[in-house]
Design a binder for this molecule. Structure first.
Ligand SMILES: Cc1cc2nc3c(=O)[nH]c(=O)nc-3n(C[C@H](O)[C@H](O)[C@H](O)COP(=O)(O)O)c2cc1C
Length: 144
């Protein structure tokens, strides 16, 4: 059984906690999760996959982290057609514009964004946000 990749970037651990919870949800649904930082993610695994999850907090001014995540996502856009992608990330003071832009990009690339929108949470995920992340993982596994 191929693993479901959960690729994330996180500076202070909030999006990382979300990623771990998405991975836990995947496992709960009976599939194997591969939760990896973007710096060690395999593009080949994503190319071969029908579904995967991507996580990144709001950085800069409502953008993805620019050194690692942005170039990674640009590459994903090149083969996203037909894939189902769960998006998630933490934010601070904004209103989620970075995620709306990200959803739009992935949709324009031909992907289906799971639930039609990314899952966002303000700063550190609380119990409710962790539960939502687990549910996202379960849903993703059901689409695999
Ligand atoms: C350099 C920098 C830029 C940020 N830009 C935004 C932003 O544009 N909008 C926003 O809502 N939060 C912004 N934040 C807040 C982070 O998105 C927030 O703290 C988030 O929880 C960090 O997630 P992480 O722990 O996974 O790194 C920024 C934080 C930093 C350090």
């Amino acid at each position: 059984m191929s693993k479901i990749s959960v690729v994330y970037w996180s500076q202070t651990g909030n999006t990382e906690a979300m990623a771990e919870a998405v991975g836990a949800g995947i496992a709960k649904a009976g599939k194997e999760a591969d939760v990896v930082e973007v710096s060690s993610a395999s593009m080949e695994d994503l190319k071969a996959a029908k579904v995967f999850a991507l996580g990144c907090p709001a950085m800069g001014a409502e953008v993805l982290e620019e050194m690692e995540m942005e170039p990674f996502v640009e590459e994903v856009e090149g083969f996203a057609q037909g894939k189902t992608i769960a998006l998630f990330g933490s934010y601070g003071w904004g209103d989620g514009q970075w995620m709306r832009d990200w959803e739009e990009r992935m949709t324009a690339a031909g992907a289906t964004v799971l639930n039609g929108e990314g899952l966002i949470c303000q700063e550190t995920p609380d119990d409710d946000a962790i539960k939502q992340c687990e549910e996202l993982g379960e849903q993703l596994a059901q689409n695999a």
